[in-house]
Design a protein around this ligand. Sequence first.
Ligand code: GLA
Length: 377
Amino acid sequence: MLFRATFGVAPLVAASAPGRVNLLGEHTDYNGGPVLPIAIAVRTVVAAGAADAGMLELISTRDGQMQRIDYRSGGVAGPGAYVAGVMRELAAAGTGPPGGGASVAIASDVPVGAGLASSAALTVAAARALDLLGSGRLTARQLAGVAFRAEHDHVGVRCGIMDQMSAALARPDRALFLECASLASRHVPARAPLLLVDTGVRHQLASGALNERRAECEAAVARLRLELPELRWLASWPAGWLPRLKRALPEPLRSRALHVVGETARTRFGAQLLARGYLKRFGVLLFESHESCRRLYECSAPELDLVVSTARRAGALGARLTGAGWGGAVLVLLPRGKAVEAKVVRQVRRGFKDAYGREPAISTVRASGGLRREPVR
Ligand code: GLA
């Protein structure tokens, strides 16, 4: 509808991709460790048609602003930067719009800056729609790669591959267990009762702390190579060699590395517990993960900590910040049955309001499907 209203013709193709909630495995992806995300029901739809060679004409429901850019040159901001990155990657792979230009309309209900991977929903949906204008032959994994490089290489956010793989490969009622070094993956049954508590605290990734943490992790690997010359990923440091790791690293590199190594073990174990439906033990790992994010990786925020501790006191089985952190949302794992859910919702609402004078947005979440082609209207 937005496409037709803006460009005066129907789009040729459309595709959509979801946001995600990461159940476990935070800041492990770019360290070569495992992650365990589910896709959620909010999605970004990208409708696309032709445009003059080199041109990207783009409109989004988010701001209603039209961007007209030469996608081959850099220096673009906003959603246009992400889609231009996708266009360049597709061109390099020999696909994308045959005339070399595209008009694009974006409609999304994935909140930005909430730690729910809004940018991956955009880039994965755009990669699919724009590939459909061309050869249409790229696989879901290849599209995730295109989307990752668009964000990482072109926009300059030093993210890992979790969000794009989740958006591309997710399945309903399943979590995606992904080993980010090998990209080996499996779908794990995930029928757990979950709440998402969005604190409303927003973070700006590209300029900020994620890039800094990544640099710290790289510095840690460089030093640990003096101990273990073949070490490639921080997550591959042997869990039994923690004393050696502690001796080799000064702070804050030591804390960052301890988080990554601990979170890696937790996530592999957690995927097995979740698959077997051992929610109580899985929940304990969620609390541990939050503590590790807070103390060692220092990526939490007071609002997130308050939600986690309140949910715990109200009877939640587990709770943790999800996504990059420094704001965004908390994931809460509930026992089956409605009684505890009502108590958690009530107490989190009240506790948050007492502390911050406003209420957080609380919703239930369920593992949803990934990337799909949409009918054009
Ligand atoms: C951001 C990045 C992801 C991942 C998470 C932290 O969402 O985009 O790749 O690194 O942070 O787990």
